[in-house]
Structure formats: C-alpha cells, structure tokens
Design a protein around this ligand. Structure first.
Ligand SMILES: [Zn+2]
Length: 61
C-alpha cells in the first residue's frame, strides 16, 4: 500500500502516500466535548504527516 507522488499536507515527494480525510480537532473544554471535524475530500499524505496530524483513513476509492 502507498503510492508515489507529492504529499498534499507538507508538499514533499514521497513514496508512501495514502488517501486520508483531513480532520480538525477542537480540544475539549470544561463545558464542551472534543469536536472532530472530518473533511469530506481526500488528500494524499506521507507517513510523517499521518503520524503528526489528525486524520481518518479514506476507504478505497
Ligand atoms: Zn507530508
């Protein structure tokens, strides 16, 4: 698994790209639960970005 191309998160050339949905996480506050806002579009992300940034795996297209 993984394809070669340019990571859409950091812009590096990578050989381990995987389709993901970017997610924006709003941390929980004392009176609010955590909010995870998963974006509908898919992006190709390299391994370091998948390690460092919140996302959800995209299913097979
Ligand atoms: Zn990246």
């Amino acid at each position: 698994m993984g394809t070669t191309g340019t990571c859409e998160s950091c812009g590096r050339d990578a050989t381990d790209l995987v389709a993901v949905h970017r997610a924006y996480i709003t941390p929980a506050a004392w009176d609010e639960p955590e909010v995870v806002d998963v974006q509908p579009g898919t992006e190709q992300w390299c391994f370091p970005c998948r390690t460092h940034y919140p996302h959800e795996p995209a299913g097979p297209a």
